[in-house]
Write a protein that binds this ligand. Structure first.
Ligand code: RP5
Length: 203
């Protein structure tokens, strides 16, 4: 399954609350060659997984950001409750398949990120997906309150884009080209704030 494939019409999802405001800088591609992320390698290094296709309207933002940074990824529905055996298989095999980070989104009784973290040594980034009831607070608490020893890095409710950027930061610790893209991205954020200040001061 790739971005755009899942049917996002089902479920009782709220609109994504963590979506970035328009005008947020996008990563700029000025890639020198010689990087894992120069476009020559398409083997996924990040998995974007979610409990249901109804999570895709939130999780798609992670895919968009990974595309911006030129990071290959895979997308799959893996449900902690509906496909528990597949979830264990997926988590157990993830590191061996060459993945370096897992972004896991789920809503409500959001056990997927934590359960994946329990069967892999890879970093797991959890995205609390907001449902209609409780505005995602249930999802957030389900993901963030992990027991000692089994961490899940939890981003804000609905903020799958930040999950992807965090994954890119993890990968960039061993890839200077990716680090360069992050620096350009951060510079873009600074420029954006400067532009907003300028327009505020313009009568
Ligand atoms: C969770 O249950 C999923 O992550 C999803 O957010 C929620 C509802 O799933 P659907 O009933 O919309 O398939 O496991």
């Amino acid at each position: 399954m790739r971005p755009g494939d899942p049917d996002t019409t089902s479920g009782d999802r709220c609109e994504p609350s963590g979506a970035e405001v328009s005008g947020t800088p996008r990563a700029v591609d000025s890639t020198p060659t010689g990087s894992l992320y120069d476009g020559s390698v398409s083997t996924p290094v990040v998995a974007v997984v979610m409990g249901s296709d109804s999570d895709w309207n939130v999780m798609a933002e992670a895919a968009v950001a990974l595309d911006e940074f030129g990071v290959p990824y895979e997308v799959e529905i893996v449900s902690a409750h509906r496909t528990p055996r597949r979830m264990i298989e997926f988590g157990s095999e993830a590191a061996g398949r060459g993945l370096r980070a897992i972004i896991a989104g789920a809503g409500g009784a959001a056990h997927l990120p934590g359960m994946l973290a329990s069967v892999t040594t890879l970093p797991v980034i959890g995205v609390p997906v907001p449902l209609k009831s409780l505005d995602g607070l249930d999802s957030l608490l389900s993901i963030v309150q992990m027991p000692a020893g089994i961490p899940v890095a939890t981003v804000a409710i609905g903020n799958a884009r930040n999950a992807a950027i965090l994954a890119v930061r993890m990968l960039a610790t061993t890839d200077p080209v990716l680090r360069g893209r992050l620096e350009e991205f951060a510079a873009g954020l600074e420029r954006l704030v400067a532009e907003k200040n300028a327009s505020l001061r313009t009568p």
